[in-house]
Design a protein around this ligand. Structure first.
Ligand code: AHG
Ligand code: MN
Ligand code: MN
Ligand code: MN
Length: 335
């Protein structure tokens, strides 16, 4: 028997009174993201059948080879949000610069900017493994009626109004927060409707999973190496289980449900790690904190970092509170 679930559309309307600012506009924006998620889901699902897997032939500003699906997901999200005239600006991992959106009938009256990682886990596309999308929403700080500027995007994570991700996995889920807990919605593909399947998601306080690209071990700082050895030691409830998909969204999603830590440390070959503060770390940090977890750069809270550039990278340790605190303890020994 099927249970009666609330739809995402119903949930957005029911909860819009709890939003800190102009509720109607944020609801329209969340609905725009819901639509874009369905469009990208459709593209991802048929990836093996049409000519959209493989490299696009270009590199993005961060020197990564763009996959065709990176480019397509980027286009779909931007188009959907642009057409609905619900944001004043968009920044994306796949765009060199931010995009200022002005519809001539409203003269820069929209208040929100969106930052996106349109397709997370690009390296998994060709092999039919889960990928995702990450989004982060801020209220602009420059006055309405003027074009957006860089400072609207370079806000610390604590200013986020909403953040979420979509995981295109065995089922497609949209998980998001507006600062009042984290809720997860599963797509019924036959109906094209997201249903509230995971209300009030929480990281277990501790867990038994550690997720890190151990191929980079020799390049990691000593504190991180020591923490990994600690995870592998036979003592108390250890050794932990190692699980690493290589899609931040999927690794995070699993760890939130089962309990675990995700790490992308800095290394001798990547001085700030790999993950992007604005498109990846801040939104995931907001979700983690809203779900009783924490997110750190190894020394302090991710969401308190003042960004200096759009595509800034940062070391990232995120997940069950006790596990991240333990990792920080090891890292601190060498500072
Ligand atoms: P993206 O596909 O958006 O560029 O992000 C890839 C990120 C993240 O999803 C993943 O956790 C990490 O890169 C994997 O990197 P490694 O292959 O270096 O482990
Ligand atoms: Mn990329
Ligand atoms: Mn990514
Ligand atoms: Mn990406």
């Amino acid at each position: 028997m099927t249970r009666q679930y609330k739809t995402l559309g119903e949930f957005i309307i029911e909860n819009q009174d709890s939003f800190k600012y102009s509720s109607g506009e944020l609801s329209r924006l969340l609905n725009g993201i819901r639509l874009a998620a369905k469009v990208v889901n459709h593209e991802v699902n048929k990836a093996g059948l049409v000519d959209i897997i493989g490299e696009a032939g270009d590199t993005n500003i961060q020197g990564e080879n763009q996959q065709k699906l990176d480019v397509l997901a980027n286009e779909k999200f931007i188009q959907t949000l642009k057409k609905r005239e619900i944001v004043c600006g968009i920044a994306s991992e796949e765009e060199d610069d931010f995009i200022s959106i002005n519809s001539f009938d409203n003269n820069h009256q929209n208040k929100y900017v969106v930052l996106i990682d349109p397709l997370d886990g690009s390296s998994n596309i060709d092999v039919n493994v889960s990928v995702g999308t990450i989004f982060s929403i801020y209220r602009r700080i420059t006055p309405v009626g003027t074009p957006v500027s860089l400072e609207d995007f370079l806000q610390p994570g604590i200013n986020q109004i909403a953040a979420g991700y979509i995981v295109y996995g065995t089922s497609t889920m949209l998980v998001y927060t507006t600062g009042d807990g984290v809720n997860g919605f599963t797509l019924n593909p036959a109906l094209g409707t997201f249903y509230l399947s995971h209300p009030n998601m929480k990281f277990p306080e501790t867990g038994k999973i550690y997720s890190v690209n151990e191929g980079n071990y020799v390049h990691f700082p000593q504190g991180v190496k020591d923490y990994i050895k600690y995870c592998q030691k036979e003592e108390d409830d250890r050794p932990y289980t190692s699980r690493y998909i290589g899609s931040l969204v999927s690794d995070f999603h699993r760890n939130m449900i089962k309990g675990g830590i995700y790490m992308y440390p800095k290394s001798s070959v990547a001085s700030e790690g790999k993950l992007r503060l604005l498109y990846e770390c801040n939104p995931m940090a907001f979700i983690a904190e809203q779900a009783n977890g924490i997110a750190s750069d190894g020394k302090g809270r991710i969401m308190e970092i003042n960004p200096t550039e759009l595509h800034q990278r940062v070391p990232f340790f995120c997940g069950s509170r006790k596990m991240v605190e333990k990792a920080e303890e090891f890292i601190r020994k060498y500072n």
